[in-house]
Design a protein around this ligand. Structure first.
Ligand SMILES: C[S@@+](CC[C@H](N)C(=O)[O-])C[C@H]1O[C@@H](n2cnc3c(N)ncnc32)[C@H](O)[C@@H]1O
Length: 259
């Protein structure tokens, strides 16, 4: 059975996590081998639309797919068409979109090559498949300190998150793994770049808001209620301010073509 682990996370993702995911989505789109203007582009695992927004700004026509209705419901009136669906079984005809973008969704899957195969299937021949995940080498002492401070305030790491971190996230977390999976999915002209990304996060407030915007904090913060959640956020900011450094996550970018 498929479970929506992002239920209840939409607002915090849009207002917090986007601080980091937004700049990375723009860098992902910049890897496209051709202009995306005027093209129908699938945003697979679109969440709150972090990649759909810059796609639309580029003149593309995004269509969003995500498992989580809560993520898709964010700002629904202003967003492109969206469908609740699984990226490993897309309800789309073969070759029905011009390009596919998948930001930080394939790292949730224990068989990511299946989802890459679906992207290869629904993208018309010659269309781009652009994807990104965090590299296994991506580490941040400050981000870890935020988690430690949250644990001290009563947060518990959800089992589903531990499970994904162990069984799914590492699978595409190196350039070699991404190349192998993309080729296995039948993609052509596979190019992978694993590099640190300057997301412009230099302040403790930014990093804490990004971290607390992620889905594995949503249930806990919702349970605390807005006043206590605000107090906890301020405590976390003060806890990491003395050790704050610019946040430079390492990302594996895939750019390939559908056959
Ligand atoms: C880390 S968020 C990324 C969201 C967005 N792409 C961004 O960059 O902000 C992962 C998203 O993938 C979705 N997701 C996870 N597994 C999925 C699946 N099998 N099919 C469709 N969406 C999935 C989650 O609901 C969530 O919205």
């Amino acid at each position: 059975m498929i479970v929506d682990h992002y239920a209840g996370a939409g607002q915090r993702w849009a207002e917090g996590a986007t601080i980091v995911y937004g700049p990375i989505a723009r860098q992902l789109l910049a890897t496209s081998p051709h202009s995306l203007a005027g093209r129908q582009v699938l945003d697979a695992g679109a969440g709150t639309g972090v990649a759909s927004t810059p796609l639309a700004e580029l003149g593309a026509h995004p269509v969003a797919v995500d498992l989580s209705i809560d993520m898709l419901a964010w700002d629904a009136h202003h967003r492109p068409p969206a469908v609740v669906a699984d990226v490993t079984r897309l309800p789309l005809r073969s070759g029905s979109v011009d390009d596919t973008v998948a930001a930080f969704v394939y790292n949730h899957l224990t068989q990511p090559e299946r989802a890459l195969g679906e992207a290869a299937r629904v993208t018309r021949p010659g269309g781009a498949v652009l994807a990104c995940v965090y590299a296994n080498a991506s580490r941040s002492r400050v981000r870890d300190a935020i988690d430690q401070a949250a644990l001290a305030q009563g947060w518990r790491v959800p089992d589903w998150y531990l499970d994904i971190k162990q069984s799914a996230t590492p699978l595409l977390g190196t350039g070699e793994d991404m190349v192998r999976a993309a080729k296995q999915a039948g993609l052509l002209d596979v190019a992978v770049d694993e590099r640190p990304v300057d997301v412009g996060v230099t302040q403790a407030e930014q990093l804490v808001d990004y971290r607390l915007g992620q889905a594995h904090f949503a249930h806990w913060l919702g349970h605390l209620g807005p006043i206590r959640a605000g107090e906890v956020r301020d405590l976390l900011v003060e806890a990491v301010r003395p050790i704050m450094q610019p946040y430079l996550p390492i990302v594996v970018f895939l750019c390939a073509l559908a056959a």
